[in-house]
Write a protein that binds this ligand. Structure first.
Ligand SMILES: *[C@@H]1O[C@H](CO)[C@@H](O)[C@H](O)[C@H]1NC(C)=O
Ligand SMILES: *[C@@H]1O[C@H](CO)[C@@H](O)[C@H](O)[C@H]1NC(C)=O
Ligand SMILES: *[C@@H]1O[C@H](CO)[C@@H](O)[C@H](O)[C@H]1NC(C)=O
Ligand SMILES: *[C@@H]1O[C@H](CO)[C@@H](O)[C@H](O)[C@H]1NC(C)=O
Ligand SMILES: *[C@@H]1O[C@H](CO)[C@@H](O)[C@H](O)[C@H]1NC(C)=O
Ligand SMILES: *[C@@H]1O[C@H](CO)[C@@H](O)[C@H](O)[C@H]1NC(C)=O
Ligand SMILES: *[C@@H]1O[C@H](CO)[C@@H](O)[C@H](O)[C@H]1NC(C)=O
Ligand SMILES: *[C@@H]1O[C@H](CO)[C@@H](O)[C@H](O)[C@H]1NC(C)=O
Ligand SMILES: *[C@@H]1O[C@H](CO)[C@@H](O)[C@H](O)[C@H]1NC(C)=O
Length: 866
């Protein structure tokens, strides 16, 4: 029991380790249930030696000795019996070096951990008057020392959290004694020593949970507003599982959560790098699932946009920061370089009740409230009183309701007098009322006018609305002036004309602007090169980073058709698809403008020995599901059925939070989806990801994409390139073979023969054989062995093999794939061995198609030898 799977630390290369972990987990849980006889109480005079445990009455928690890393470092701790993950560690900074440790309770009720020589390695420091104290491990996981005669609590482990908060524990402060309940990270996953990161309840201003790394504030939840922390409204959605509460009493300001009856066991853990995760125990598969984590995205970085900045993740631009209305960047040049922490300053100084020109307030709606450290709080005031107070005090720059309960905009008053920092948009966010000089308030006045007119007459309102809309359109038009091409665009200035009420705003950009944005298509700006052309990074409209794809010439498609296709494709919008923002036609140049994603593509992570660790299993599983959903949308849920035809891991881009976005979709359409041409003129698709029927006969369907998806899935799980090196590694070969006057089928065979003579990586046949022999875990990438859930991993391998079956009609539709991924318990059919390529290659040998026999032999040895 106390040998706490040291295997876990040693990241090793394959299946065997996962199996060992799995079995040790099984053994551990067996051991736990067998150990039901262990007592839950340590009474005066008795002790616990290394090897013995205390187990709570219901068996859920165990106290004992364990070694999370080196076996020579023994710690006393409490862990959740089923998973052996420590929730509390006593001697985290003074491990014992052998198994001679003993936990004793002394005559005055002190808990002492003594080593073999009788030295105390840790002490609870309690000195009660009692001579009859006992320590009990409660069912909540709390170790409590009580005076037996009075029942008074002398000490409890819940008052001394380590890196974990479980139901019933407090995170907060006692303002009277200054005592604090806070989380401190471990130094490393296998080292419980006090680490760098802390999570505390900030009780200055409104209660706010803050993560620190060293002396730097990293993330705050936003102030408690009576129902949730202002920046985490999603708390409300799971409050039925974990009842969240902030207790405010004279001797306690603290966050506590309770597990409601039937809710799974959960814990909040502060990781070594300062990420707080709520993990939830799944008793059936015996894994911890990440329920939520914080920070969630770039806008959660503390004060990312500086003073009076406003962060927004839901923007097409990668500049997430903007200034609040009435403010401008302090340093526009730094701001344009994405260095936004310098913040913003007022356009016009406040007047503060000076004569007829007075300041006013402007509502910034739906935000996480700013840091309230230096703010003034009055819970008794109403929002109206708050406004009046802020108005009367010249140093007040903003106010907001401190408690949103009770409707009418909430009650309570919080007023800021200094800089406002760390504000972001959130769903169900609060309203912040910002003080502005009169001259800056004009636009909001206009809205007020509309509001006053509203009840007067409906007709008038309609009229006003029309005017307003016209004005709005004009404004948007003006804003876009730079983007929208005015001449030389074949007359298509307004793409929405033809689409009527589709209100699609696909801007056409002039070639000149694009050339300027990409530094005249300089190589420095080039991001990559694909089958359809080169991709450049560019800066449009001064502040908007975009990716520009310059299609290779000679697609054979007319301008009108191209334009129609692009307009259709631009209407496809999905979380897992890269957004098409605009396009340009210039002579026979055709360019597409996409949103720019700063992270690289999937292949840059999974195949790179250094980067692959960034993608742990939960992230990879999320990526797999995201790609599946994006593809399902393309195939089925969008109004067009789009077959991607070139799905591969380098076409899957990752955004800041590692969500996948499929790129290059609709290319086949844009490029003139003429199948005949695709077969004879150019190779669409990438060898290795191409399904047999497409590679050989040029026949494609949604099932060809399913095939490519299967290959990608197996690559994500294995971290290996499947089947063939990507042809981009062999540009000359590709170029050479592509120029040959022969069918794509023969081209393909040639390439297959040549590449199989090289040192290649892995074949689908091998993957299938391993699966068949129950050795599928051998496929799993070493970097995910540690945190991978065997059930999920095996499910993915199974689905991957179903997707790469030779016969398209055997492959599942993407809708089934999504279903199978979401429902782990679905019964799946056994995949049929993928033989096509092997078979066809040997056929090629038998018919001796213009290839030298030595190459044939080599390829055959490789294909059949494994
Ligand atoms: C622990 O208890 C055992 C027997 O109950 C006793 O022999 C031993 O001396 C105790 N050890 C300590 C350190 O108190
Ligand atoms: C353990 O540490 C003690 C001193 O704390 C030392 O005397 C002893 O030799 C150490 N034992 C081992 C096995 O290192
Ligand atoms: C508790 O143990 C101490 C010695 O550790 C002893 O002096 C005291 O009498 C004991 N009290 C009871 C109630 O047994
Ligand atoms: C107990 O007190 C000692 C000395 O004051 C201190 O070093 C130690 O950290 C304290 N232990 C606990 C668990 O608070
Ligand atoms: C019990 O341990 C505490 C420290 O935890 C110490 O201050 C106290 O003197 C000890 N009492 C006895 C009787 O040893
Ligand atoms: C949590 O449970 C405790 C005791 O069971 C109870 O007093 C408290 O009100 C509960 N809190 C919430 C938020 O349900
Ligand atoms: C009030 O206005 C006068 C003139 O417009 C100006 O000189 C003075 O500084 C203003 N006072 C404040 C507090 O802004
Ligand atoms: C609050 O005031 C202190 C002292 O002036 C300052 O160091 C700190 O940055 C301020 N906090 C915020 C959030 O403005
Ligand atoms: C304005 O607010 C600040 C900060 O809350 C306070 O120190 C100051 O006394 C107030 N001034 C007036 C005139 O109320």
């Amino acid at each position: 029991m106390q040998e706490k799977s040291p295997v876990m630390g040693a990241a090793a290369a394959n299946i065997f380790h996962l199996r060992v972990i799995f079995f040790s987990l099984v053994l551990l849980s067996l051991a736990t249930s067998a150990a039901g006889v262990a007592p839950d109480t340590l009474s005066n005079g008795s002790n616990i030696t290394d090897g013995n445990t205390l187990v709570s009455a219901d068996g859920s928690f165990t106290l004992g000795f364990f070694s999370p890393g080196l076996p020579s470092r023994r710690y006393l701790g409490i862990w959740f019996s089923e998973s052996t993950d420590a929730v509390w560690v006593a001697n985290r900074d003074s491990p014992l070096n052998d198994t001679t440790g003993v936990l004793v309770i002394n005559g005055t009720g002190g808990l002492l951990l003594v080593d073999g020589s009788g030295q105390a390695a840790w002490s609870s420091n309690t000195t009660g008057p009692s001579s009859s104290a006992a320590a009990q491990l409660l069912e909540s996981g709390n170790l409590v020392v009580r005076d037996q005669s009075t029942g008074a609590v002398l000490w409890q482990s819940f008052d001394h959290p380590s890196n974990t908060l479980i139901a019933g524990m407090r995170l907060g402060k006692n303002p009277q004694t200054g005592a604090e309940w806070s989380l401190t990270s471990w130094r490393a996953p296998d080292d419980p020593a006090t680490g760098d990161c802390r999570r505390v309840m900030d009780t200055k201003g409104l209660p706010d949970c803050v993560s620190w790394r060293g002396t730097a504030k990293k993330y705050r939840t936003g102030p408690w507003n009576g129902l949730w922390f202002s920046g985490v409204p999603e708390m409300a959605s799971y409050s039925s599982m974990f009842a969240n509460q902030v207790v405010v009493k004279p001797d306690e300001i603290a966050y506590v959560f309770n597990a409601t009856a039937g809710a799974p066991f959960s814990r909040l853990v502060l990781s070594e790098v300062g990420v707080l995760q709520r993990l939830v125990w799944d008793p059936s598969s015996k894994v911890w699932n990440t329920f939520v984590q914080a920070p969630r995205d770039v806008c959660d970085d503390y004060a990312k946009c500086g003073a009076f900045g406003l962060c927004n993740v839901n923007t097409a631009s990668t500049l997430f920061c903007s200034c609040m209305a009435g403010f401008s960047p302090v340093s526009p040049s730094q701001w344009s370089m994405r260095e936004t922490s310098g913040g913003c300053r007022r356009n016009a100084p406040l007047e503060c009740g000076n004569g007829s020109t007075t300041d006013g307030f402007m509502a910034v709606r739906g935000v996480k409230l700013p840091d309230t450290d230096n703010a003034t709080v009055d819970m008794g005031a109403t929002l109206e009183e708050c406004r009046a107070r802020c108005f009367a005090n010249c140093s007040c720059v903003a106010y907001a309701a401190a408690d949103i309960r009770g409707g009418a905009g909430g009650s309570g008053c919080v007023m800021w007098t200094a800089d406002i920092v760390d504000v972001r948009y959130v769903d169900k966010g609060q309203d912040l009322y910002l003080r502005l000089a009169k001259s800056e308030l004009v636009s909001s006045k206009r809205k007020t006018v509309i509001k006053i007119l509203l009840p007067v007459t409906a007709c008038l309102l309609l009229l006003m609305m029309n005017i307003f809309l016209a004005w709005l359109c004009k404004c948007i038009g003006k804003r876009r002036k730079k983007i929208i091409q005015k001449k030389g665009l074949l007359g298509y200035v307004d793409a929405s004309n033809k689409l009527g009420d589709e209100n699609l705003d696909l801007p056409f950009v002039s070639f000149g602007d694009i050339a300027a944005a990409t530094n005249n298509f300089s190589d420095d700006n080039m991001l990559g090169q694909g089958g359809f052309g080169k991709v450049y990074k560019g800066m449009l409209d001064d502040d908007k980073q975009v990716a520009i794809k310059r299609l290779s010439k000679g697609s054979g498609q007319g301008v009108e058709e191209f334009r129609n296709e692009v307009v259709l494709i631009a209407k496809l919008q999905h979380r897992n698809l890269v957004r098409l923002l605009g396009c340009c036609i210039h002579g026979d140049e055709k360019l597409l403008i996409y949103e720019y994603l700063p992270n690289k593509s999937l292949d840059a992570f999974i195949f790179d020995p250094a980067s692959k660790y960034v993608l742990d299993w939960p992230t990879r599983f999320k990526i797999i599901k995201g790609v599946a959903r994006g593809l399902l949308y393309l195939h089925q849920d969008s109004r067009l059925t789009i077959i991607h035809r070139d799905l591969k891991s380098s076409n899957i881009l990752l955004d800041v939070d590692m969500s996948p976005k499929i790129s290059d979709f609709g290319m086949a359409r844009i490029f003139g989806g003429n199948q005949q041409e695709a077969n004879t003129n150019r190779v669409v698709g990438t060898y290795g990801y191409m399904s047999p029927e497409y590679a050989m006969d040029g026949a494609f369907s949604v099932k060809s994409d399913t095939y490519s998806f299967g290959v990608i899935l197996l690559e994500i799980v294995s971290g290996l390139k499947i089947s063939l090196p990507q042809l981009t590694d062999f540009p000359n070969l590709l170029a050479y073979v592509s120029t040959m006057e022969c069918s794509i089928s023969i081209q393909f065979k040639l390439i297959l023969l040549i590449l199989h003579g090289l040192d290649y990586t892995f074949t689908l046949v091998q993957a299938w054989s391993l699966w068949k022999d129950d050795k599928a875990m051998d496929l799993v990438d070493e970097s995910i062995v540690e945190n991978g859930s065997p059930t999920e991993v095996l499910l993915c391998i199974h689905i991957g093999l179903l997707c790469v079956q030779d016969n398209p009609s055997n492959r599942p539709l993407m809708s089934s794939v999504v279903f199978m991924l979401e429902n782990e318990t679905t019964a799946l059919s056994a995949p049929i061995q993928p033989l096509y390529f092997a078979h066809r290659t040997s056929e090629a040998k038998q018919t001796g198609e213009n290839t030298s026999s030595s190459i044939n032999d080599m390829s055959l040895t490789v294909l059949e030898g494994r």
